[in-house]
Design a protein around this ligand. Sequence first.
Ligand code: TRP
Length: 358
Amino acid sequence: MTTDNQPSDTYSATLARSAAIEEELKVTPEKFRVLTGDRPTGALHIGHLFGSLNNRVRLQNLNVPIFIVIADYQVLTDRDTFKDIAQNIRELTLDYLAAGLDPEKCVIFPHSHVPELNQLLLPFLTLVSMAELDRNPTIKEEIQAAGLKQINAGMYTYPVHQAADILFCKANLVPVGKDQIPHLEMSRLISRRFNKRFAKKKRVFPEPHPLLSEAPVILGLDGGQKMSKSRNNAVMLGATADETANLIKKAKTDSERQITYDPDNRPEVANLLLVTSLCTGRDPASIAEDIGDGGAGQLKKTVTEALNEYLKDLRARRAELAKDEGLVHRVLADGVEKARTVAIETLDEVRQVMNMTF
Ligand code: TRP
């Protein structure tokens, strides 16, 4: 998703701040609390792995406390179907665990099971104006992308709900993609206004900062702007080696035999080289040189081998975890309990400062 309407000076300032935070994280991880998450709209693919999952595992292993919200209510902002939600939560959790998120070190929970988090939405809604909700560029893009004719109020207000996701645990760091920056801006606004209005003496909420990573964007195998399961152009984490090979066989390339790394003029070829590079740690241009005039066939063989090798352990782990029928339930029940303990405390503090005690 693009955020072209995001002023570029803000963006470069955010990038610079992220780089500075990265340095601090290495020295004082205990000063940070991370919250991030996903909507449970389906199993995850390699775009998610290289774009966000690996980064979460890295933060976890730096010993930064980390919360992962499965934003199930948020699914209903742009679609009517809810019949797959339970299954999607299960797949998502298995993907998290297989990718290396450790439930001993991070708290994974669906927000629908944390009532005290959701209750923060009510005071938060009074801290923003309709005009501010209406101005959010990411919301506008999502409405357009989903082709919505009728827009429910959950769509306009989900950035406020997302502020509750973030602030209930007093997170000060939120690893996200560019498209989420307007939402983070709203979380900060809510935090500032809450403190100013209700908690002048001792602030209740921190100001959460986005943590932008340099993660590359992986295109769909059909050359589309985005990998997505529904467009059948994505290599799923849980796919088999054969399914992966078949999908890559059908990937779009071009007819030039000489393979070169040229993202501007040969985006599809460059994308396959990039994926190979992410799997092998090698430079995409030198991978291209090795393939030389081997053409698309050799390129596809190279990327298939690299991906299947890279994903081998993750997939074996995922298959093993999936055999344990009760695992997802145990992990999430434990996450919900931990999240609720924190949420109850925060809501209590909120009621205190708002004079809603008796
Ligand atoms: N809006 C995010 C997405 O679509 C998902 C999400 C929900 C989230 N709550 C969050 C991300 C809190 C970061 C923090 O990807």
